[in-house]
Write a protein that binds this ligand. Structure first.
Ligand SMILES: [Zn+2]
Length: 294
């Protein structure tokens, strides 16, 4: 991927060297932009978060102090600075591509924010930790990423290569596009109306569409001459390695399709490739196809 020297994004909030726990000024850099999603004062919110974490991790009596051991600013390293530059450059590419696609249909693309953090941070969707992997929070239109995920992607998931990383960012930006198109709101409305199993199927549709949108992005940057040999394969490999079936087989030793939320490896690769080959949003309606044909 020919990314060096290209424009970086102005929408990146690099929190790696900041405190991630509560300080007299509130969260160090932890207040989500946009001011949405904060129904109660920060102090109450913090308490709820701590209790939630304690319950989730069963750490009552186990020592809360361990949870916040990352109290000291984490030093950045040349390697992680390189990763941050890469993430910012890819984000800028998505801004250009989606800006162009939206403009072509006479609408304006509102750019997402990206928060780069180390260990843990606060998001518009609650507490964020590196263990959660990169995610998009619709409440503050922000992508949250701890860059150690890049290393994990290549070492733990066996998906090396720059474009595997770019695909992950493009997938999260895909969720932002879905948010702008109103699809995320539609999903939120369904949550209380359908069974868990049905909701999981909608989730699979949403995720495969985000893969499709990552493919559409890839189509555009190929036309710009940014892609290099092996890039599409690197993204396909990443899509393959993070399919629900593969991850379940590795972590649980068995596969239970009812609990899939992202789609199988085969589906993820296929929808990414479909977006890459088509480059057209109208071919990416994963919601109107019978579930078994996805
Ligand atoms: Zn996703």
């Amino acid at each position: 991927m020919d990314w060096r020297g290209r424009r970086t994004s102005s929408n990146v909030d690099d929190r790696r060297s900041r405190r991630t726990t509560r300080s007299p000024g509130g969260f160090g850099g932890g207040v989500p932009r946009g001011g949405m999603g904060l129904p109660f004062p920060m102090s109450g919110r913090m308490l709820v978060i701590i209790v939630l974490i304690a319950v989730l991790y069963g750490i009552f009596g186990g020592g809360l102090s361990n949870m916040f051991s990352a109290d000291q600013p984490a030093p950045t390293t040349p390697a992680s600075d390189e990763d941050a530059l890469f993430a910012s450059t890819v984000l800028a590419m998505t801004e250009d591509v989606w800006g162009e696609i939206f403009a072509a249909s006479n609408s304006r693309y509102i750019e997402p924010q990206m928060v780069i953090f180390s260990g843990q941070t606060e998001s518009g969707c609650g507490f964020a930790s590196a263990q959660m992997g990169p995610f998009y929070c619709p409440a503050d239109s922000t992508i949250y990423i701890d860059l150690t995920f890049f290393q994990e992607l290549s070492e733990r998931f066996g998906a090396p290569g720059e474009y595997a990383r770019a695909y992950v960012i493009a997938h999260e930006v895909g969720h932002h596009v879905q948010n702008l198109l109103g699809i995320t709101d539609e999903m939120a409305r369904l949550r209380d109306r359908v069974s868990q199993q049905e909701y999981n199927q909608y989730s699979v549709r949403l995720e495969l569409q985000a893969d499709y949108l990552a493919g559409v992005f890839t189509h555009y940057i190929q036309n710009e001459g940014i892609l290099e040999e092996g890039d599409v394969e690197a993204a396909m490999r990443a899509a393959n390695q993070i399919g629900d079936d593969r991850i379940q087989r590795e972590t649980q030793g068995r596969v239970s399709p009812d609990s899939f939320t992202h789609g199988t490896s085969e589906q993820r690769m296929r929808w990414f490739l479909k977006g890459f080959e088509s480059g057209d949003l109208s071919d990416g309606d994963t919601f109107s196809i019978p579930f078994d044909d996805l």
